[in-house]
Design a protein around this ligand. Structure first.
Ligand code: SF4
Length: 496
């Protein structure tokens, strides 16, 4: 007898989206190029390499001596928009900057008006600004600016920078930008441009990354080194915390316009946000993550048969865990790399089918085994629960979670999308309560000290690293989140 085709409703047990709904999300990548023909094409490639820092939308502004400034902003992936010749022909010139976005400030699911770079026409010429980070006093600034007559065209915190520049009395754009940024609190790495200059700036704490590359006779600025690699630019150095570089032709002027402070680079860039093929502070992100796995195996050993990464970001830590523990490494969960977001459509059934195509458990490998799953973080915990179910359904004898970051118990206000504090699993439960909630045989997070040791050892040093921002683990915020406190957010108390 011929079996009738199975309908979606009859399909076997599927799983809700196990990856993208439950991670902290870096909100932006920025990139700029000067001194090449068709700079916008280089920027498009750079943004493509930075797509992991924001998939919601992208934008490019270019300048050509004959055509002036031009811009394009689109929702969706860079590869779906900025590869079209008809679009790229509208962005001529030797100077361009770009931005990929996952919104943190401004409205979610935002309008095209929120897509950067932002552009302003000043009496001394136009300027475009692309911002990675988050302005923690943006609401107070916006109130003040609107009371004084500024008309905002977006809901983004970053637009404050353009309005503050417009109100500055300085004579040129770099000086106006300095003026503006002195009023801004929070985290910012910025790539900006005038008709002739490419500008890069980092806040005094250097929370978010920004690097300089050499490209032929020109230069490039990028959130990460992986985007320099894709355009064949040579890595020169990081823009220092508190530094502003102004690149005119092949000349670079460097200055430090902000009050000097000890750097507080985001330690989560090492754990999760940056691409593993990037270099941060002279050290390989991949190697740091591998070392975190080594440290985790030392801190939280467990008897098991296999170490499996939660792909893809758990992979280097799982390799390190396996190397240190001697327990074999195996790909217990396979992710389909060709599965695009757009495939996951609104209805539950279709979405579940999409997820099923996106990942699968390697049943033959898992059956009857005691499995250590290594993941980069636990945020709401929903992801971890689903992954555990998948592994148990595939016949695993035991499931042990090892997490390559300390418990995420506090939201980030410096340019990373985090749920409200009460939605963070670690904000409301102890480690044992989380283990019970996830219903796994064991659950261990790397300690904050262990994370610092790993970051330091990856660089060949035994001592602790210079201080990082670790507020999402420790609750100790290097910049007071003024807007959020006004909205009722309560800082850590002495008793916590
Ligand atoms: S709070 Fe966490 S994610 Fe945010 S900048 Fe600090 S370390 Fe990075």
């Amino acid at each position: 007898m011929t079996k009738s085709p199975m309908s979606l409703a009859d399909a076997p047990k599927f799983y809700a989206h196990p990856f993208d709904d439950n991670k902290l999300k870096e909100e932006c990548g920025i990139f700029g190029v000067t001194g090449v023909t068709d700079a916008a094409n280089f920027v498009a490639l750079g943004l493509h390499a930075l797509q992991h820092r924001g998939q919601e939308a992208g934008g490019i502004v270019s300048h050509d001596p004959e055509d002036g400034f031009n811009s394009a902003r689109r929702f969706g992936y860079v590869r779906d928009n900025f590869t079209k010749q008809s679009l790229m022909e509208t962005l001529p010139g030797p100077l361009a900057i770009g931005h990929v976005r996952y919104s943190t400030a401004g409205s979610k699911g935002a309008a095209i008006r929120d897509v950067q770079p932002f552009f302003g026409e000043f009496s001394m010429g136009g300027a475009a600004v692309a911002h990675n980070g988050n302005i923690t006093n943006a609401e107070a600034l916006r109130r003040e600016l609107t009371e004084r007559g500024s008309i905002f065209s977006s809901s983004s915190d970053s637009e404050c920078i353009i309005h503050l520049m417009a109100r500055s009395l300085q004579r040129n754009i770099p000086e106006r930008m300095e003026d503006a940024l002195r009023r801004v609190e929070g985290a910012f790495s910025i790539v900006a441009m005038t008709r002739t200059k490419l500008i890069g700036v980092r806040d005094a704490l250097g929370v978010r990354p920004l690097v300089l590359g050499k490209l032929g006779d020109g230069y490039a600025l990028s959130s990460e080194t992986c985007a320099l690699d894709i355009i064949g630019a040579e890595y020169v150095r990081e823009i220092e915390p508190g530094e502003m570089v102004v690149i005119t032709g092949d000349e670079i002027e460097s200055s430090y316009p902000f009050r000097k402070q000890s750097p507080r680079f985001c330690i989560f860039e090492h754990v999760y946000f940056s691409r593993p093929d990037s270099i941060i502070g002279g050290q390989s992100v991949y190697e740091t993550r591998r070392q975190i796995g080594v440290e985790l195996a030392r801190e939280a050993p467990v008897d098991a048969d296999l170490v499996c990464p939660v792909p893809d970001s758990g992979t280097p830590a799982a390799i390190g865990f396996s190397q240190e523990s001697g327990i074999p490494y195996a790909m217990g969960i396979i992710r389909n790399q060709y599965m695009g977001r757009t495939f996951i459509e609104p209805t539950e059934q279709i979405r579940n089918m999409g997820v099923r195509l996106k990942l699968n458990v390697n049943r033959a490998l898992i059956k009857g085994k005691r499995v250590i799953l290594v993941d980069d973080s636990v945020v709401r915990g929903t992801t971890s629960r689903k992954i555990k179910e998948m592994i148990l359904d595939a016949g695993a004898a035991e499931v042990h979670f090892r997490i390559a970051s300390p418990p995420t118990a506090w939201p980030c206000f410096y340019g990373v999308d985090t749920p409200q504090r009460e939605k963070l699993l670690a904000a409301t439960m102890t480690e044992e309560e989380m283990r019970e909630h996830l219903n796994v045989d064991s659950l261990k997070f790397i300690s904050l000290d262990g994370l610092y040791r790993a970051v330091g050892e990856a660089k060949g040093r035994k001592a602790s690293c210079p201080q990082y921002c670790d507020a999402c683990f420790s609750g100790e915020y290097p910049v007071t989140p003024a807007d959020m406190i006004e909205k009722g957010f309560v800082l850590k108390t002495a008793a916590e």
